[in-house]
Write a protein that binds this ligand. Structure first.
Ligand code: 3HC
Length: 284
């Protein structure tokens, strides 16, 4: 199956990174969000980062133009009508997903697969919303999605083998390493990583070490490329909390209860790098 033109829903942190990864692999991307300006801003940010990378010499001259020209920003869902494949990374709320999937079902060619980047909602429940449940699948990228090599492929109970094969092949084609995971809260990476972030937040809450020292400890003592609290700021404290809540609610296991600092930061709107403040301050 030839997948050349991909519709990408959601121009937030993950949407931006995935658009970058797809366009860098030569795919045409139609980037949709409820307001076109969100998409324009995401494309401008990709352009800015790639210009810097060109200046540093870490990518070839002309890369910025080649990547950015492949991404078409739009605030009109109808512009996704002719695409070959969908990657969905809209807001992690089942009601929002329901609205979007109902519209997509009517808009898309019947053979089009919808891959969702959800990290906290049930694939089976998402697939059940649609008239094409066998063509709905999880395709979970990692932040920053233009850099991180892994893609978790998560079939819903309804997903066909043909869909799994196509998505696995697409992940390879764009230079990622796919691993297949059965549906379960947190899949593999978040099931391990988010409790680590949560534990770091508990250590902070208990006053055992400062945020900077917790991160230094895990970088220098465990070889993490960045500390757990900086990582929470990178993925978004709100996202870390949402995944932690999913682990807790789906399993009922108290070991996953979210640490108070995660809730506090989210209530304050200090969501990490995207809001310039989280466990650390990025205003400087
Ligand atoms: N966005 C885009 N590109 C970024 C970036 C960002 N936020 N941060 C770094 N990069 C790029 C840099 O531009 C650089 O590219 P270049 O080689 O072309 O210049 C490259 O990544 C390497 O960056 P640096 O040299 O500045 O820094 P590092 O070598 O320390 O790497 C890192 C940065 C890749 C972010 C590394 O610290 C890392 O791997 N951190 C852990 C990330 C991680 O665990 N992600 C998974 C989170 S879980 C998740 O996303 C799932 C979700 O459901 C919650």
């Amino acid at each position: 199956m030839n997948i050349n033109k991909i519709g990408l829903l959601g121009a937030g942190t993950m949407g931006q990174g995935i658009a970058w990864a797809l366009a860098a692999a030569g795919k045409e991307v139609v980037l949709y969000d409820i307001k076109e300006e969100f998409c324009v801003k995401a494309v401008a940010q990709i352009g800015k980062s790639l210009t810097r990378a060109e200046e540093k010499g870490s990518v070839a001259a002309g890369t910025m133009e080649a990547v950015v020209s492949k991404i078409k920003p739009t605030g009109n869902l109808d512009d996704l009508a002719g695409v070959d494949f969908i990657v969905e990374c809209v807001f992690e709320n089942m009601d929002v997903k329901k609205e979007v999937y109902t519209k997509l079902d009517n808009l898309l060619k019947p053979e089009v697969i919808i891959a969702t980047n959800t990290s906290s909602l049930s694939l089976t429940e998402i697939a059940a919303i649609t008239e094409r449940a066998d063509k709905v699948i999880g395709m979970h990228f990692f932040n920053p999605a233009n850099v991180m090599k892994l893609v978790e492929i998560i079939p819903a109970i309804q997903t066909s083998q043909a869909t799994i094969d196509i998505v696995t092949e697409l992940a390879r084609e764009i230079g990622k390493k796919p691993v297949q995971v059965k549906e379960g809260p947190g899949f593999v990476v978040n099931r391990i990583l988010i409790p680590g972030i949560n534990e770091a937040a508990y250590i902070l809450y208990e006053g055992l070490a400062s945020a900077a020292d917790i991160d230094t400890a895990m970088k220098l003592g465990a070889g993490w490329p960045m500390g757990p609290l900086a990582l929470a700021d990178l993925v978004g404290v709100d996202i870390a909390l949402a995944v932690c809540n999913t682990l807790f609610n789906e399993t009922g296991d108290p070991k996953y209860r979210p640490a108070p600092p995660l809730r506090q930061l989210v209530r304050a709107g200090w969501l990490g790098m995207k809001s310039k403040k989280g466990f650390f301050d990025y205003n400087k």
